[in-house]
Design a protein around this ligand. Structure first.
Ligand code: NAP
Length: 474
């Protein structure tokens, strides 16, 4: 691996303490990575603060052109990034290439948004003074990302922060720090000034992040990860009243009505379930199928899941790579054992293969009881859990009966009914006859305990900006 050290102020820093990154397909050590401490965090904050002054003073067009260049360079090197993603995360080649493409797109989208931080001017209705509104860079941002999308969850934060004029310190997940480190030379080549973006892998995550969130120069904390860690960060962020952007866990329901086009429903459910082998906050977690079409849906979904090839993601014929680590694989196996013990029926999969690698086979469960843990918690693996319904009101109530509210999926051929159902679902995003909602041009985010704020779309850059209102008369 080319880059395994801390990236601070545009240079690589070694540390005495290091930690291993494991290839989940082989269980072998891929690299030994530097682990940042408090002094490194201070150096990164100093560098980001110094670089931000000049960066924020550049014109929006100049910032835009650097981001556009980053998109061009990343797009030209998709295979390189895809391979690295597969090696450290395990996901299959097609998933990794999809992620690298998606990750690069954030640079293009925010290159286009950098020049659109529109304000407004109007007359105050009572006084006749002018109300002028403008957006300014919020300040230094601490970005914390998960292992399931080592590139895209980073670029989804870095690109809007840079478009807004902010400097950043990014703390990648310990399982997958290599992709983010490998991105840094590319950003340098694109013209990002030294110090503006710093990367601090660390095994002392809690203390390191807490220290940075208490530095008075930091104004934004943007986190993607579990709801439990998100809650802790919100508490830390409260001390300095930081601007929080929280992309947290999900428990996505899929609702398949009896009037759905069955080809569309199967294709969409497969995508919602198996993109990233189920290790996605947007992954279909509960699949509610109308009783009239449940036998056909179950048969066809089982056939599609059984046809997927499991193996090392570096092999081009593989559809499903290993899960990221043993704990994740074991949790998936426990979910399946729990559902079966409570009366679910195993349609396919369900057996952990022998040998090296954290593999789990694509699995379909039908007749999953409401009491099963997988109905209430994120499965985060390749397990499709099917339940049935007959009444529209009942399935909406069941879909909404969770503390999460990230994304839901609806399949129906009756658009009037489908849109009525979408509006009654308490979710930040809904896929209607589609199993994929992620799009850099759309506001990604959840309601309830799935998070706060939005990434992508027009909203994404505003998360890194403060609104200033000037009351003026002339
Ligand atoms: P996680 O355990 O919450 O970790 C995410 C990041 O937080 C990692 O960088 C981790 O560092 C760091 N972290 C852990 N404890 C921390 C602490 N006390 N203070 C500060 N940072 C801390 O989540 P994960 O297991 O990596 O990711 C899976 C979760 O992410 C799922 O719940 C999934 O739904 C969610 N997710 C949400 C979205 C979304 O957009 N809504 C997208 C993707 C994933 P270490 O690796 O060093 O522990």
């Amino acid at each position: 691996m080319d880059h395994t050290d801390l990236y601070i102020n545009g240079t690589w820093h070694k540390t005495d303490e290091r930690f291993d990154v494991i290839n989940p397909a082989t269980e072998q050590v891929l690299a030994s990575v530097a682990s940042a401490g408090i002094a490194d965090a201070d150096a990164a904050l100093d560098a980001a603060q110094a670089a931000m002054a000049g960066w924020a003073a550049r014109t929006p067009r100049q910032r835009s052109e650097v981001l556009r260049k980053a998109w061009e360079l990343m797009t030209a090197r998709l295979d390189h990034f895809a391979r690295l993603i597969t090696l450290e995360n395990g996901k299959a080649g097609a998933d990794a290439r999809g992620e690298a493409t998606y990750a690069a797109e954030f640079f293009r989208w925010f290159a286009e948004e950098a020049v659109r931080a529109d304000g407004m001017i109007t007359h105050a209705p009572a006084s006749g003074a002018r109300i002028m509104v403008q957006h300014k860079p919020a300040g230094l941002a601490v970005l914390i990302t998960p292992w399931n999308y080592p590139a895209a969850m980073g670029t989804r934060k870095i690109a809007p922060a840079l478009a807004a004029g902010c400097g950043v310190i990014i703390k990648p997940a310990s399982e997958t720090p290599l992709t983010m480190l490998a991105l840094m030379p590319l950003l340098e080549e694109a013209g990002v000034p030294a110090g503006l973006v710093n990367v601090l892998p660390s095994k002392k995550t809690g203390a390191l992040v807490d220290h940075m969130l208490h530095d008075p120069r930091v104004r934004v904390v943007s986190f993607t990860g579990s709801t439990g860690v998100g809650r802790k960060l919100l508490k830390s962020a409260a001390d300095q009243v930081l601007k929080p952007a929280m992309e947290l866990g999900g428990n996505a329901p899929v609702i398949v009505f009896d009037d759905a086009d069955m080809d569309v429903a199967i294709e969409g459910t497969m995508l919602a379930k198996m993109r990233n082998l189920g290790e996605a906050c947007t992954a279909a977690n509960r699949i509610y199928v109308h009783e009239a079409v449940a036998p056909e849906f179950t048969r066809r979904l089982t056939a599609a899941m059984s046809a997927l090839v499991v193996g090392d993601g570096t092999d081009a014929s593989v559809d499903v790579g290993p899960l990221v680590n043993a704990a994740t694989r074991d949790k998936v196996a426990e979910f399946v054992a729990d559902a079966l013990a409570k009366g679910a029926k195993l349609e396919c999969g369900g057996v952990v293969p022998e040998g090296r690698g954290f593999f789990y086979p694509p699995t379909v469960l039908s007749n999953v009881p409401e009491t099963a843990h997988c109905v209430h918690d994120e499965i985060f693996g390749p397990v499709a859990a099917i339940q049935t319904f007959t009444e529209q009101g009942d399935v909406i109530a069941r879909a909404n009966a969770t503390e999460y509210g990230l994304v839901a999926y609806v399949f129906s051929g009756d658009f009037k009914r489908a849109l009525q159902v979408c509006e009654r679902l308490d979710y930040g995003m809904v896929g209607l006859n589609r199993g994929l909602v992620s799009d850099p041009a759309a506001p990604f985010g959840g309601t309830k305990q799935s998070g706060l704020g939005r990434e992508g779309g027009h909203e994404g850059m505003l998360e890194f900006m403060e609104t200033q209102y000037i009351s003026a008369s002339w």
